[in-house]
Design a binder for this molecule. Structure first.
Ligand SMILES: NC(=O)c1ccc[n+]([C@@H]2O[C@H](COP(=O)([O-])OP(=O)(O)OC[C@H]3O[C@@H](n4cnc5c(N)ncnc54)[C@H](OP(=O)(O)O)[C@@H]3O)[C@@H](O)[C@H]2O)c1
Length: 292
């Protein structure tokens, strides 16, 4: 496989680029804050000085950026992808964004002769480290087929969902459900505690029943220890709720549960919890439920 470019060395991008290196890929990385590339360099990556420089060097470039403004910035700004993308080169945006952002990027890349694939992922820091992500790709099938060897390293399964926008929408639906579940879980933990039950025992009970799931199992023990080291930053979960609600608006889908969950994530952000793990929304339910 050709050398892969990788833009964005955040929690996810760093783990994914490291995984590609571990599996024998040559990788050139770039990050807005350059120092975050140091560890990758120690593991054999080259460092590009701009997104354009990375695209110039690599046939395929992957992006893993925080949100729509960041995803657009690495494409359209000075030193961006558009300066070097051309026929025979592909850009794969794995960030979680809305379908409109993805379409804008796709159109611009294709207008320059390049190929585009959106490929947001389900799974967090640990699955990214272990190559166990679920990849939700859409866009140009030819590029999908060429990048599959890299997807096979990054994920346990990749879906090709058709036209650009379908990957973004699928990812937003998944994260809308996840955010709503995290709110119900947090309320339940507080309700157990305030009504004299052990939250730890609640976790054991949940884990044996029909609503057991890996998220409750993984996050529950650290939540009851008030520990929120970020695997999925809360500010990104709130961004996903906001984008999912906008998708609901577009399609006239009533989403009262997701709307309430979004309010809780917004409140958590406004109290300074945005950079913690999204499970820190639990703190909001604790403070709004004073003891009788
Ligand atoms: N973490 C998860 O569990 C998870 C799971 C699935 C999907 N996702 C999605 O994956 C994406 C990345 O998440 P993450 O957890 O890795 O986030 P993160 O740790 O916050 O990293 C965000 C990355 O975006 C870069 N960035 C932000 N604004 C930028 C701008 N204006 N121009 C250029 N680069 C910019 C950051 O660069 P700096 O270092 O310079 O700030 C950093 O490399 C997000 O869309 C998120 O929703 C995350």
């Amino acid at each position: 496989m050709e050398e892969i470019g990788f833009l964005g060395m955040g929690i996810m991008g760093k783990a994914m680029a490291m995984n590609l290196l571990r599996n024998g890929f040559k990788v050139t990385v770039w990050n807005r804050t350059l120092s975050k590339c140091d560890e990758l360099k120690e593991h054999g990556a080259s460092v590009g000085e701009s997104p354009a420089a990375v695209v110039k060097k690599c046939k395929y470039t992957i992006g893993m950026l925080s949100d729509p403004p960041a995803a657009l910035s690495v494409v359209f700004d000075k030193g961006g992808i558009l300066e070097e993308i051309s026929s025979g080169k592909g850009y794969i945006d794995m960030s979680t964004v809305d379908a409109e952002t993805s379409s804008k990027i796709s159109q611009a890349v294709i207008a320059k002769g390049g190929s585009f694939l959106e490929a947001p992922v389900s799974g967090s820091k640990k699955p990214a480290e272990d190559g166990q992500l679920v990849i939700l790709a859409a866009g140009e099938k030819g590029l999908y087929e060429k990048i599959v060897p890299a997807f096979d390293v990054l994920g346990k399964k990749s879906f090709f969902l058709g036209e650009v926008g379908n990957g973004a929408k699928m990812k937003l639906v998944v994260n809308m459900i996840m955010g709503s579940m995290m709110n119900a879980f947090s309320e339940g933990l507080v309700l157990a505690d305030k009504s004299g039950l052990s939250p730890k025992t609640l976790l054991d009970v949940l884990d044996l029943g029909a609503i057991a799931n890996p998220m409750f199992k993984m996050k529950g023990p650290s939540m009851i220890e008030n520990s929120y080291s970020p695997a999925f930053p809360l500010k990104h979960q709130q961004k996903d709720m906001r984008l999912a609600l906008a998708l609901g608006d577009e399609n006239a889908v009533s989403m009262p549960v997701a709307a309430a969950a979004n309010e809780a994530f917004k409140k958590a952000r406004s109290t300074g919890l945005g950079d913690l793990d999204f499970s820190a929304v639990y703190e909001i339910f604790k403070v709004t439920q004073p003891s009788p």
